[in-house]
Each structure stands twice: as structure tokens, then as C-alpha cells.
Design a protein around this ligand. Structure first.
Ligand SMILES: CCCCCCCCCC/C=C/CC(=O)SCCNC(=O)CCNC(=O)[C@H](O)C(C)(C)COP(=O)(O)OP(=O)(O)OC[C@H]1O[C@@H](n2cnc3c(N)ncnc32)[C@H](O)[C@@H]1OP(=O)(O)O
Length: 281
């Protein structure tokens, strides 16, 4: 996804910006002129898996929204069953080194951009949010989820070690003993369970209601000075972002070694085969 492929349109009272790939718009951004709140919609069929281009589109869209002086960001999905299925597993399977490096750097940068955004951030989770899908929702300041879906980081279930910044995503919303158990079990939570442990803040019965609740949360900062708010947020979050801010290369090296190991590749093959066979039955 090249920056030059990102377009900005004036659409009535709203601005619409799209990050485009060859075949579709990977992300859509609409800014509400009345509230100044931007809705960033993930739009990569079929399940918003995060490949290199998708993560670049998300990062670029967030930077554009910040540059447009919006009042906040709501992250959501155009798919009414899946918020995001996490990393695109095809990027990890027998990867070409150069692309894998670019992919993992993009994951680091996308996460930092969202986690440390100057703006208030909220996720309207209108479908399953798995692995990095859950990480993105957890990086936001507020989460509203629709009933009947699932959310969680199940990496250990299929043989993946969880990288430290992903652990930190959970730690910024959940108490440590809960994080430890959830990550070690590879626990996926239902909407109700997620609300009980405060992984999500509210449940909404429709996407519209979820967006409205997210907008109310963002509106709750109306009295706060935006610069003071942003700097305070950065101070509060800097500790959990430290590894990626100070030593992204070390994290990259460790992750690449692990991803390219036979141990990881074998468990990925088995997992992908299981995922594909589901649709052949
Ligand atoms: C010490 C240092 C250690 C460093 C360690 C580094 C290692 C890092 C790796 C660990 C990090 C992991 C983070 C991740 O995000 S991994 C991604 C995990 N995600 C999943 O497991 C989600 C799997 N998907 C599902 O469960 C379901 O698809 C769904 C999201 C519940 C949706 O179900 P639905 O029935 O609607 O859709 P389908 O299952 O039929 O899917 C449609 C097609 O999409 C393909 N698919 C789904 N998810 C992915 C994905 N994440 N990547 C690639 N492809 C995906 C699926 O196979 C279907 O394809 P098909 O149509 O060809 O069959």
C-alpha cells in the first residue's frame, strides 16, 4: 500500500479517505463534521487479516486522521461477523526474508501508532477479534462489543510464543494474573466473558449503538486540553511501549528467528491446514 495510493475525497459534510490496494479499499476513513470524530473501518475481505499492505494502510490512515485534527478515532470493521482475524498467517508461512522484515516492522509501527495515538481511541468490535485483532482493540482506550462474538489471544493454543509487546497490550487493560492465565491457556472470551473481566467496557446491540457509545467516550474528553491529554497518555503508556521504542531491532531479530524456525513453521502448517479444512467439510 503506497502512500500515493491514499486518496482524500470531500463527500457532502464528510470527508472520506481510502487506503487502496489493487483490488479494494483496505481502510475507509469518514470524519463526522459535527463531532470531528473519525471512523476508521477495516475493509479487507474476507476476514480483515493483517498482511503487510493492510497494516501499512491502517498506520497511514491513523497518521492522516491525526494530521487532519480530528477529535478521536473509532476503529471498526466493514464485515459484520469479523472485526479482524489477526495477522495474515500466509505472511508467516515460508516467508521471503525481505518481505518478512517489512511485515514485522509494519506490525511494530502500526501497533505503536495506535497505542500511542495522540487522539482518544475506541474500538467498535462488531465481530470476532482474534489474536492481533484483539491486540488492536486492546491498544484502544475504550472497547464496545456486540454480543455473540469472540475476542482473545489464542497464540499458545497453536504453538506460538507471544511477543512481549502483545503481552503488554493485554497488560494495559487486564490485571496481571488474568493476563497470565488467559495467555497461557490461549483463552478466547465470549462477549459476556470479556465484559466480566473488563477486557471490553460495554456491550452494544448494533454497530450503530457501538459507534455511538464509542463517540460518547471520545466526547467525554471535551473539557481536556488535547495537548495535555496526549502527553499524559504517552507518559502513562510509554512503559509498555518501551521495548518497541528503544529496541525495535532486537524485537525484530528475536521474532524473525522464531518465525523462521522449523518448530514454528511446522505448527503453522498444521494450523493453516486445519483452518482450510473447515471450509472443505
Ligand atoms: C520470544 C519472541 C517470540 C516472538 C514470536 C513471534 C511469533 C509471532 C506469532 C504469534 C502472533 C500471532 C498473532 C496473530 O494474529 S496470528 C493470527 C491468528 N488468527 C487466527 O487464528 C484466526 C483464524 N481464523 C478464524 O478463526 C476464522 O477465520 C474467523 C476469524 C473466526 C472467521 O470465521 P469465518 O467462518 O467467518 O471465516 P473462515 O474461517 O471461513 O475464513 C475465511 C478465509 O480466510 C482464511 N483466514 C482466516 N483467518 C486467517 C488469517 N489470520 N490469516 C490468513 N487467512 C485466514 C480462512 O482460511 C479462509 O480461507 P479459505 O476461504 O481459503 O478457506
Amino acid at each position: 500500500m503506497l502512500r500515493s495510493q491514499t486518496k482524500l475525497f470531500a463527500l457532502g459534510k464528510r470527508q472520506l479517505c481510502r487506503s487502496m490496494s489493487k483490488s479494494c479499499d483496505l481502510t475507509l476513513v469518514e470524519v463526522d463534521d459535527k463531532t470531528g470524530i473519525a471512523t476508521l473501518t477495516m475493509n479487507k475481505p474476507p476476514v480483515n487479516s493483517c498482511n503487510l499492505e493492510m497494516m501499512r494502510a491502517l498506520k497511514d490512515s491513523m497518521k492522516q486522521i491525526e494530521g487532519n485534527k480530528s477529535r478521536g478515532i473509532i476503529l471498526t470493521s466493514s464485515n459484520n461477523k469479523v472485526f479482524s482475524s489477526g495477522l495474515d498467517l500466509n505472511e508467516l508461512r515460508n516467508p521471503e526474508q525481505e518481505r518478512l522484515v517489512a511485515f514485522w516492522k509494519e506490525l511494530q509501527e502500526m501497533w505503536l501508532t495506535l497505542y500511542l495515538s495522540n487522539l482518544p481511541t475506541a474500538a467498535a468490535i462488531n465481530g470476532h477479534a482474534l489474536a492481533v485483532g484483539c491486540v488492536m482493540a486492546s491498544a484502544c482506550e475504550y472497547r464496545v462489543m456486540l454480543p455473540g462474538f469472540t475476542i482473545g489471544i489464542h497464540a499458545t493454543k497453536f504453538g506460538y510464543v507471544v511477543p512481549p509487546f502483545i503481552v503488554n497490550s493485554y497488560l494495559s487493560v487486564l490485571p496481571r494474573p488474568v493476563v497470565e492465565r488467559a495467555l497461557l491457556q490461549g483463552k478466547i472470551f465470549s462477549t459476556d466473558e470479556a465484559q466480566q473481566i473488563n477486557l471490553i467496557d460495554e456491550v452494544a446491540n448494533s454497530k450503530e449503538e457501538a459507534l455511538s457509545k464509542c463517540a460518547s467516550f471520545i466526547g467525554s474528553f471535551a473539557e481536556a486540553n488535547p495537548v495535555a491529554r496526549a502527553l499524559t497518555k504517552r507518559q502513562l503508556r510509554a512503559e509498555f511501549a518501551r521495548t518497541l521504542l528503544d529496541e525495535p531491532e532486537a524485537e525484530l531479530k528475536e521474532s524473525l528467528e522464531y518465525i523462521t524456525s522449523p518448530l514454528f513453521q511446522d505448527s503453522l502448517d498444521a494450523y493453516l491446514a486445519k483452518l482450510k479444512s473447515k471450509n472443505k467439510k
